[in-house]
Structure formats: C-alpha cells, structure tokens
Design a protein around this ligand. Structure first.
Ligand code: TXE
Length: 483
C-alpha cells in the first residue's frame, strides 16, 4: 500500500497475528479532513484481554532470551525505520499534522532509540559487592519487570512509543501497546516492523482504540506488572488510582507549563528564535513547549515586537506542503480547547496577538500562532496546559522575579533561560524546579541517551530514556553466595 495516498485497513496485532475485532475507526488527516488515512481496528475489552494473555504467555521465553537476540531485533527494526524515514514521516505528517521535516526527524529519532536500546540489552550489567559478613559475596542483578502496558498520546506518534517499547523489550519484558486513537498508523508500522524484525509471537501486542473503553483491562489487570503512560494529568491520575490496589508499578509523563525566561542581557535574535521554536514548533503540541515567556522589563517591548513579527511571517498550511512552518491543530476538539483558552485569556485581561483561524485550500484545523501579552502568573493561561500554538508573556522587573514566576506552577517538566550571563544561567540551572533545564536553547527538543522527565504534577515514577530507562523496566535481585 502507498502510505501517502492510499487508505489502509489495519488490524490489531495479538500473539503475532492480525486480529480484526468487530469495529473500525477512521484515521483522519487534520490538514484535510476529507482525506481518510485508513480504517483501524477498534478494540473491545475482550481484544485487550487477549493481548494481555498473549503477553503473559510470551514472557517466560523472552525474559530468558539472550541479550544478543534482543539486541538484534531492536537493531534490525531501528535500521528499517531509519531507511523508511521519508515514507513513515509522510504517514506521520498525514495523520498527526506536524510538518514533514518535523515528522521525518521524529521517525529517525525513533529508529535511533530502537538501536540505542538494542545496545543497552548487551550492557545490562550487575554488581558484585563484598558482604559485611566473612566468606559471603553479594550480587545485584536486574531482571525483567514482566508484562508492561504502554499507553501513548497523539503528539509524538512514533517517538514516544519507541522510547517506551524499546527499553521494555531490551530488558526482557513483554508489552501490550495502546496508541492514541488519533494516530494508529505510525503505531501499527512500528509494531509491524518489530514483528518482521524477528520478535517472537506475543512479545509485543498492539491494540488500538479508546483508552476509556479498554483502559481498565490495560491498567487494572493483576497480570500487568507495569504501566508506562504519557498523556494528560487527568488520565494519568486515573491510571494511578486503578493500578495502585494491585501494586502495579507506574510511570507517568503528563503535562507541562514550561517557562522560558528572557533577560535584558539576552541576544534578541537568539531569544526570538528560541521562543518561536519552543512555543510553536509541532504546532505547540508538546509537553515541553515554552508556554510561558517570562521577560524582564528592559527587553520586553523589543522582544514582543520581534516575536510578533516573526510569528506573522510563519506559514501555517498543510503539514505536507513544502515550505509549511506550522501544520494544523490535531483535531476539532483540540482546536476548540485552544480557542477556549484564548477567549479566557482575553476575559481575564490579556491581549491576544494572532490566534486567528486560517483558511486553506483543504478543510483543516488551522490556527495562526497566538501570543497573549499583558498576563500575570495567576491567569488561567499561565496555570493550565493549553497544548496548542499559544504562548503568553509575563513581564517582570528582574531575574529574581523571573525565577520566582518560573517556579510558580504545579508543573515541573522543562524550563529555559536566554541570557549572556554565566552567573544567571548557572543560578537558574540550580534553582529551577523543572526536571530539565535549557540555557539558550528551546525548552522542547531533547536527546535520547539521557534522562527525560519532570517533577511535581508533570511526572511520576522513574525517569524515561537513555540508560535511566532501566530503572522502571527491571527489578533488582540481591543474592548472597557462600562458596
Ligand atoms: O489525552 P489522554 P488526549 C493533554 C492535552 C490534550 C488532552 C487530551 O491538553 O488536549 O490531554 O488529550 C489513553 N485508561 N495531553 O485525550 O486522554 C488514550 O487512549 C487507560 C497532554 O489524547 O490523556 C491515549 O492513548 N488509558 C499530553 C492516552 O491515554 C487511557 C499529551 C492519552 O490520552 C484512559 C497528550 C484510561 N482511562 C495529551 N483514558 C502531554 N503533555 O504530553 C485515555 N487513555
């Protein structure tokens, strides 16, 4: 099938087999709502239960597979994903709406993540520690956690699934994977690529459909040993409540309200570029988006003028049209949410620059980038995650006030500062309440070999990505050996 123009019909993948189920959901292109990317199977609770059963059945064999076997599968799959970056990037842009360069970059990242964790399978070293008792040796080894539910959002349709599934498989776990309803296409290609790369049947099971309908099976079953989730705070909290009675291990990545501080001594061009990319890249639909721009008085007016001009110059269009700088909002519900926050910001006293609907040849969910100026930290737009191309500006007197405002949030995922002062940058790095801190670079955009995660309401459980991923996906075993 040609993924660019055709309309696929894709089944769940359970126990290595295509399983259709009874219902199908259309996958709609947000740049052109008349374009149906495909029909994807819509899981029932019985389908989800079958996927859990298949993952349980496959666990003993995969938990004892050699690290070479696990590494080879992940490496082969990673190579294929990278080799197909154009085709898979086009599919991703078509179903999610980020621009082709963004989508292609995400696909390559997913391939790199698969290959990185393939290598990690071979580096799952333990420890030998002298006992405090004579003649005894203590070893600490890492064993697989077990059956893991992977539940992912729509904004990174292939990278987030890859950064959860790859370490799960590398350390010998089996997986039930439930992608977001809006983006099953990239998820299906990832699961199918891993299947063809040689994963034994049942090690990775894909069920597509509504989290609300099948979530209790994926998060409440006593057969599930771990749940790794990225999505909204509300759903994350619900999952935690469902999982806790079974003592299931939970890892949650949720929202952000990420501050970007711009100080008087910043290079204006750098500040504008960092804010533009951080706030509006991927249509602002990133948990690490720079949604609060905290700007000191001396540069405020120049910064707002330059950023507004740069925003107005951005081309908002079909995600797959060459030259598009910002694609559409993902769907009508999200568009309504973005516009609701813009109206609320106006009612509460802010002034909105941009943020108009954009008409294009095809019917898509196009919204111009929006900057809300004249805001303070108590306003709704500065407290709640909008998850769209909307950033607000908070004017402050000095660095001390900027830091206080930056930390005045229930979230703590990413934060940033633009400054030419080493002292301010260093102080900010040490005193920011976020899990990730950026100096003179956007709050969004991370590496894959280092930990990713936040504090407070943004995250729960051990860090994701890089070598730190091992913490969640393994359990330690301590052995005492007397020769
Ligand atoms: O998220 P959900 P949605 C925010 C953003 C967005 C809003 C809603 O503001 O507008 O959340 O998006 C599955 N048990 N973020 O509806 O509901 C669901 O099927 C188990 C920010 O997409 O959190 C999907 O696979 N699973 C966020 C996944 O959870 C359940 C990224 C995420 O869906 C479930 C995404 C249940 N009861 C949205 N209910 C960020 N900051 O990165 C749903 N799901």
């Amino acid at each position: 099938m040609n993924l660019s123009t055709g309309s696929a019909r894709r089944s769940h993948i359970i126990g290595g087999k295509d399983v259709s189920g009874d219902a199908w959901t259309p996958n709609i292109n947000p740049s052109d709502t008349s374009d149906v990317v495909g029909e994807y199977a819509h899981a029932s609770e019985a389908d989800a239960a079958a996927a859990v059963e298949a993952a349980c059945a496959a666990l003993p064999r995969w938990a004892l597979a050699t690290p070479q076997e696990r590494a080879d599968v992940l490496d082969r799959a990673g190579s294929e994903v990278i080799a197909r970056a154009d085709e898979l990037g086009d599919l991703l842009a078509r179903e999610e709406g980020k621009t082709l360069p963004e989508a292609r970059g995400e696909v390559i990242r997913a391939g790199q993540i698969l290959k990185f964790h393939g290598g990690q399978a071979l580096r799952n070293a333990g420890e030998i520690i002298d006992s405090v008792r004579p003649g005894l040796e203590v070893t600490v080894t890492r064993e697989p956690l077990g059956v893991v539910s992977v539940i992912t959002p729509w904004n990174f349709p292939i990278a987030i699934p890859a950064w959860k599934i790859a370490p799960a498989l590398a350390y010998g776990n089996t997986v039930v994977f439930k992608p977001a309803e809006l983006v099953p296409g990239s998820a299906w290609e990832l699961a199918d690529t891993l299947r063809r790369a040689g994963l034994p049947e049942g090690v990775l099971n894909l069920v597509m459909g509504s989290g609300r309908e099948i979530g209790s099976v994926l998060t409440g079953s006593p057969d599930i040993d771990g749940i790794t989730f990225t999505g909204s705070v509300l759903t994350g909290e619900r999952i935690l409540q469902t999982a806790t009675p079974q003592r299931t291990r939970v890892q949650l990545e949720m929202g952000g309200k990420n501050p970007l501080v711009v100080l008087d001594d910043a290079d204006l061009d750098i500040a504008v570029d960092v804010a533009l990319q951080g706030a509006f890249g991927s249509t602002g639909q990133r948990c690490t988006a720079s949604s609060r721009l905290i700007v000191t008085r001396g540069i405020h007016d120049r910064f707002v003028a330059a950023l507004s001009a740069a925003m107005r110059g951005w081309r908002v269009d079909d995600a797959r049209t060459e030259g598009t700088q910002m694609g559409p909002v993902v769907d009508a519900t999200q568009l309504a949410q973005d516009e609701h926050y813009l109206r609320t910001a106006t009612t509460e006293g802010g002034q909105v620059i941009g943020g108009e609907r954009v008409e294009r040849a095809a019917s898509g969910h196009f919204l111009a980038p929006a900057l809300v100026v004249g805001t303070d930290s108590s306003m709704t737009v500065n407290r709640e995650e909008v998850f769209g191309p909307v950033a607000s500006v908070i004017e402050v007197d000095d660095y001390d006030e900027a830091l206080a405002v930056a930390n005045d949030t229930e979230f703590g995922l990413s934060s940033g500062i633009v400054t030419s002062s080493l002292a301010a940058a260093t102080h900010f790095r040490r005193h920011s309440g976020a899990g990730m801190v950026m100096v003179n670079v956007p709050t969004a955009g991370v590496d894959y070999h280092v930990p990713f995660g936040g504090r407070r309401a943004s995250s729960f459980g051990p860090r994701e990505q890089g070598t730190y991923a091992r913490e969640f996906f393994t359990v330690a075993k301590t052995a005492y050996v007397k020769a």
